[in-house]
Design a binder for this molecule. Structure first.
Ligand SMILES: [Zn+2]
Length: 266
């Protein structure tokens, strides 16, 4: 499947000089277009307070409507209605902002994350899951991934064959209660989008060079920090193994996005 790497939202938190992106995958399948995450959407720019909450004061989104997935899908020559499915890593506002721009699309996420978003527990969950992102009554399709089959060393995964063979949801909780990674078979390689399992490549590439502000933010919003650290270790091992048939990306590191966009070898 052909995979496009899009930036659907620029954010500029203090003391993170590279800034952050919202790395969204647009996948061409035999079953129409599929988005992996949706970034920021048109409604966010129109109502930053209602759609982003207090988080906008520290992540400081640009709210540039040209970055919205629907605008980029159109620029690539597709109709918005060609987007039939959206697979979410989790239900944070910087990943769900584009959902309302595609109200006909089925929205896939883990059963655990859907439950958390519907019945948030504690201050962090009540702050992160905004009802405004469900106001358009999205067509939610929850998936039970826990207890699923293994995928390349990750114990709990589920291939979403009702969308297309080669799209795999992988349970990786920690950042949020039901966070998932999503793997996509791009033909010559797999793209593994791990969402917010880490924020900055320095957390997994062995350099350890990470803006402190990002680690602090990651820790503050984590549902379970020990699981986040476990995910860092697991992804560090994967990074060190450097499998040539696997492209590891996350949601917010701009360098990883640019490398993926400029990748020329399998
Ligand atoms: Zn995020």
């Amino acid at each position: 499947m052909k995979v496009h790497h899009l930036n659907c939202g620029t954010m500029r938190p203090w003391r993170a000089p590279e800034g952050l992106v919202c790395h969204v995958l647009l996948v061409e399948t035999d079953n129409g277009l599929v988005l992996i995450d949706s970034g920021l959407g048109l409604k966010d720019a129109a109502d930053p307070a209602g759609r982003f909450g207090a988080a906008r004061f520290y992540v400081r989104p640009a709210f540039d409507t040209a970055e919205a997935a629907i605008r980029q899908v159109t620029a690539l020559g597709y109709a918005p209605q060609d987007v039939r499915h959206i697979v979410l890593t989790h239900f944070d506002a910087d990943h769900t902002g584009g959902l309302a721009d595609f109200p006909w699309a089925q929205v896939h996420l883990t059963t655990t994350e859907n439950h958390a978003a519907l019945q948030p527990e504690g201050a962090i969950e009540r702050g992160r899951y905004l009802a405004s992102h469900r106001a358009h009554d999205p067509l939610i399709v929850p998936h039970t991934v826990e207890g699923g089959e293994p995928w390349r060393g990750f114990p709990n995964a589920k291939e979403l064959t009702e969308i297309a063979a080669g799209i795999v949801m992988i349970s990786l909780p920690g950042h949020s209660r039901g966070h998932a990674a999503v793997a996509v078979d791009a033909g010559t390689h797999w793209v593994l989008h791990v969402g917010d399992c880490f924020y900055h490549r320095g957390q997994i590439d062995g350099t350890g060079q990470v803006p402190k502000s990002l680690t602090t933010m990651e820790r503050v919003v984590a549902s379970d920090w020990s699981k986040v650290e476990g995910n860092h270790r697991r992804l560090s091992r994967l990074c060190a193994e450097n499998p040539l048939d696997l492209l590891l990306v996350n949601a917010h590191d701009p360098t990883l996005l640019h490398r993926a966009q400029n990748r020329t070898t399998p």
